[in-house]
Design a protein around this ligand. Structure first.
Ligand SMILES: *Cc1c(COP(=O)(O)O)cnc(C)c1O
Length: 372
C-alpha cells in the first residue's frame, strides 16, 4: 500500500470540484432540491431530465468519491441500498453467492430473506477462513475486511486471484476502512460498496452509501437499478456527506492513530481479557493487515469479564457514547451480544472518535477499573 498515493488523493479531493468552475461560480457544490428540470424540446440537449434520474448534488458527491475510488461511483441513500443494488443486479436464479458469516448482519439477512426465495443460494464462511476451498461455482463473492465486529482480516489480493480463476465477481464492503485506508479495486476486487453513513460522512447526521467499479457493465446495471428501483439519495443528505467527506483524511488519520495507542494500552490492561485490533503486532490479522491497509482502522474490539462489566464500562466512561454504528466524531461503544452476534457476553465494539487521546484514555482507564 502506497500511502503517498492516498495523500495525493486527499489533496486532490479538496480541489476536485473547483477545477471545473467558471468565473463567478460557487466554489462548493450547491444543494439542488428539485424533482424536475427545465426540459424543452429534445431531451438529448439537456444534462438533467428528472429527479429520479440525475441530480447535480449527487454528481458532486459521486465525483469526489469517484476520485478517491478511481472508479465510476453511484451513490445510494444508505449503505444497505448500495449493497442491495450490488446483490440484485449481479445475480440470477441458480447462482450461488458467498458472504462472510461474521460480516455486516443485514447483508446476510437481505440475501436470505429476498434472494434465497428467488432461487439464489446464499452461503457463508468465516472471514478468517474465507479463502479455504476457493470460489469455484460462485457467481458473486462478497468480502468484508476487517470483519465487523470481530476484526478478522482477509487477503483481498488472494481473494481476487481466486475469484478470477473461478469466474466469480469479487465485491468488497470497504465501510470500515474507506478508500483512504484500503483500496480493494487496486488489489483486484471488481466492485466496492461502502456505507458512507460511517466515517465518510463522519458526523452521524446522515445515511448514505455508494457502489464503485471499473467494470462499465456492472455500473450500468447499478445505475439503472437506482433509476428504475427508485432508491435515490436526498440532495440535502448528499450535500451533507460531501461536506463530511472533505475532512475525511484528517478525521480518519486522527481516529486511526488514537485507536493504535488505545489498543496497545487495552491489551496491557488488567481488566481486559481480550483485544482485537489489526494494528497490534500480536494480532493474528496483523501480517495481512500490514500488506493491504494504509492504516489499521478506528475500531477496536475488547472483551471484559462478563456482560455486566461491559455495560458498566460503557456507562461509566465519560467520553464514550453508548450507541451502535462507528466512524463518527464521538467515540462510541456497544456490547454486541445485545444484537445476537456470535461473541462473548462481555465483548465490546469500540469506535474511536476525535477526542484527544490522553483525555479519552484517562476516562477509559478509570471506567475499566470501576467496571471490575
Ligand atoms: C453500517 C454498515 C452497512 C449499512 O449501512 P447503512 O447506511 O446503515 O445502511 C453496511 N456494511 C457495513 C460494514 C456497515 O458497517
Amino acid at each position: 500500500m502506497n500511502t503517498h498515493d492516498t495523500s495525493r488523493l486527499a489533496a486532490d479531493l479538496l480541489h476536485h470540484f473547483g477545477r471545473a468552475l467558471q468565473p463567478g461560480d460557487s466554489v462548493v457544490p450547491g444543494i439542488a432540491p428539485t424533482a424536475v428540470f427545465h426540459l424543452p424540446g429534445n431531451p438529448a440537449n439537456a444534462p438533467y431530465h428528472y429527479g429520479r434520474y440525475h441530480n447535480p448534488t449527487w454528481e458532486a458527491l459521486e465525483g469526489a468519491l469517484g476520485l478517491l475510488e478511481d472508479a465510476e461511483t453511484v451513490v445510494f441513500p444508505s449503505g444497505m441500498a448500495a449493497i442491495a443494488a450490488l446483490l440484485f443486479t449481479n445475480v440470477a436464479a441458480g447462482d450461488r453467492v458467498l458472504v462472510p458469516a461474521d460480516g455486516y448482519f443485514t447483508t446476510r439477512l437481505l440475501g436470505e430473506k429476498y434472494l434465497q426465495p428467488l432461487g439464489i443460494s446464499i452461503e457463508t464462511r468465516p472471514t478468517a477462513k474465507f479463502l479455504d476451498g476457493g470460489f469455484e461455482g460462485y457467481r458473486l463473492v462478497l468480502l468484508e475486511t476487517p470483519s465487523n465486529p470481530g476484526l478478522d482480516v482477509c487477503d483481498i489480493a488472494a481473494a481476487a486471484a481466486l475469484a478470477k480463476r473461478a469466474g466469480a465477481l469479487l465485491g468488497v464492503d470497504n465501510t470500515t476502512m474507506t478508500p483512504l485506508g484500503q483500496r480493494p479495486l487496486e488489489l483486484g476486487a471488481d466492485i466496492v460498496v461502502c456505507a458512507d453513513t460511517k466515517a465518510i460522512n463522519g458526523h452521524s447526521d446522515a445515511l448514505m452509501g455508494h457502489v464503485a467499479s471499473r467494470n462499465g457493465e456492472v455500473m450500468t446495471r447499478v445505475r439503472d437499478w437506482r433509476r428504475y428501483g427508485g432508491a435515490i439519495p436526498s440532495p440535502f443528505e448528499a450535500w451533507l456527506v460531501y461536506r463530511g467527506l472533505e475532512t475525511l483524511e484528517v478525521r480518519f488519520s486522527r481516529m486511526c492513530a488514537t485507536a493504535g495507542v488505545i489498543a496497545e494500552r487495552l491489551a496491557a490492561h488488567d481488566c481486559v481479557t481480550g483485544v482485537r485490533y489489526p494494528g497490534l503486532a500480536s494480532d493474528p490479522a496483523h501480517a495481512t493487515a500490514r500488506k493491504q491497509m494504509a492504516a489499521f482502522g478506528s475500531m477496536i474490539s475488547l472483551t471484559l469479564r462478563d456482560g455486566v462489566a461491559a455495560e458498566r464500562f460503557i456507562e461509566a466512561c465519560a467520553y464514550i457514547q453508548p450507541s451502535t454504528s462507528f466512524g463518527g466524531v464521538r467515540s462510541c461503544a456497544e456490547r454486541r451480544a445485545r444484537w445476537g452476534d456470535n461473541v462473548p457476553d462481555g465483548f465490546v465494539r469500540l469506535s474511536i472518535g476525535l477526542e484527544p487521546v490522553e483525555v479519552l484514555w484517562a476516562s477509559m482507564d478509570e471506567a475499566l477499573k470501576g467496571a471490575g
